[in-house]
Write a protein that binds this ligand. Sequence first.
Ligand code: C5P
Length: 239
Amino acid sequence: MSSGSSDGVAVVLVAAGSGTRLGADLPKAFVRLAGRPLLRWALDQAFGVSADNELQRVVVVAPATHVRQAQALLTDKEREFVRVVAGGAERSDSVAAGLAALADCDAVHVLIHDTARCLAPAELFDRVLAALRGGDEAVVPGLAVTDTIKLVDKAALVTGTPPRASLRAIQTPQGFTRGAITRAHAHGAQATDDAALVEALGLPVRVVPGAASAFKITEPDDLDRAERLVRTDARKGAR
Ligand code: C5P
């Protein structure tokens, strides 16, 4: 995979979530989809990036209790450039732990990806990277929303209705220049995605078209949807 090229790509795969909402008795990254752990699916999708986007390093951020189990999912060849580190209490803590594992890596672009979106296709990684190579500092995949979205207050009263045409449901992988994502995470700030921390720096964040299959596996129904998708793809010989 990597020869240490100076414009290389690093991927941080956050996989330290609990899986509580999935009703699983083990961390979500180790729940099986068509017989394989979600983390293994996510790794395989990421490794499918085009040769132009050579991965210099992949960091898997695993639950502190499951670092060895995550390492055991890697092939000998993968162990040469994949590092497994322990995550933190919140998603942003896990991302920060992943970024710390890039200290000795000179990749200039960093993709941060939720293992829970384990069917996000390699083309989506390539699309985000293409925008970064085009000069953007922060790039996120997004889909148009079909529901009308309301803002509500704590008393469940509607405070506003943003125009639907200006809304996007944001996915991962989210891509950043090394400088932008390092600054965004420099002070331990928390957010539900990394782009929000970059926005807080005042930097522009570009949205590129997302992918339906990059949905997040959160509830049991999501896992059923993923099983159906994988079965359909297997019938078509796509995976
Ligand atoms: O909890 P949520 O579904 O938003 O998690 C999104 C991603 O962040 C998942 O892949 C999960 O494993 C990861 N995560 C993490 N560390 C946490 C919480 C979530 O790596 N403390």
